[in-house]
Write a protein that binds this ligand. Sequence first.
Ligand code: DC
Length: 254
Amino acid sequence: MISPSTAMDGLAPSDQQDAPPSPLPTVIAIDGPAASGKSTVGAAVADRLGYLYFDTGAMYRAVTWLALAQGVAIGDEAAVTALAREAEIDVRPAGEAADGRQYTVLVNGQDATWGIREPAVANNVSQVSAYAGVRAAMVVQQRRLASRGRMVMVGRDIGTVVLPDAPLKIYLDASAAQRARRRWQEEQARAGQRSYEEVLAEVRRRDEIDSTRAVAPLRPAADAVIVDSTALTIEQVVAQVVALARGTCGLDAA
Ligand code: DC
């Protein structure tokens, strides 16, 4: 389901035949709750359009991973913020790595691609990403990356805070039960140990923290197109976002 309904008006077949093709949006912002499929959809849309894909959640996970690795207490906001300011976080194309990764995450030169997906990181990342100083440090880097253009940037606050002028903003949603089911299936495929109920509890807990935090809470931008993927396949969502991109007038991003 897509709303507001007017968002699809420009996609009627007759319009597509008559109107000249619009330039693609310079940047596509995709936000949404945990396990809504943002990463998979974002990567596929980027691939389809020949754009770079950038997952900002990986940056908050990288800071969390670093704090845990260095024994910095997650509750120590000043220490975690100092770590975030100094950390060199690099998110690169997967290159030759053939282990299912979408991209490679380097933290101070160390490969943390799978480390940032560990349950210990997932359990602490919402707290880290609620720190204003951590967010400020990450947002500077995210804007710099987006200024190069031709990028699909995925996160929680891309449309509301990081790139409020992005020409196309998608808010990808799905029911908590459906999101937990997808995440649990992914984990099972990687021989994960958690039960579906545990994954659902984590999804709900993270929804609560992400949407009620004081700084940059999770919510759709006023001009975001809301896509509810509960009853859609990934391919259907990707096709909708690509269609929206092709029907959107390109404006300069922030
Ligand atoms: O999308 P993800 O599960 O990898 O995100 C990890 C955490 O980072 C999650 O708690 C929300 C937070 N996050 C955020 O606050 N802002 C972003 N732009 C991206 C992620």
